[in-house]
Design a protein around this ligand. Sequence first.
Ligand SMILES: O=C(O)C(=O)C[C@]1(C(=O)O)C=C[C@@H](O)C=C1
Length: 100
Amino acid sequence: MTDRGIDDVRAEIDAVDRDIVRLIAQRQRSVVEAGLMKVDRHAVRAPGRVEQVVDKVRTLADEAGADPEVVERTYRAMIGAFIDLELSVHERRAPSRGDE
Ligand SMILES: O=C(O)C(=O)C[C@]1(C(=O)O)C=C[C@@H](O)C=C1
């Protein structure tokens, strides 16, 4: 038997969430910088790069003892949100001519 209760486990989850959000903020700064370097909306979406990232994090998940399926789905959702952010940053820098 353990003395740990649900509050202890949730405190641990909350601490992990603080780390995750801090790392998402760090990742966001790099993603926005990458978006500013790209020439058009297709380059922002970079579908080949998305698959590379997903392959890489599935391997990292295996090594770390995380479920690769959970990690892949988390990353696809996160990258989708980052693509929207990059597109809005890109659009503000170079308003679309509607032909991309
Ligand atoms: O690697 C890039 O080019 C990025 O902009 C980063 C990132 C990502 O979040 O991983 C975001 C948008 C692209 O679709 C591909 C990958």
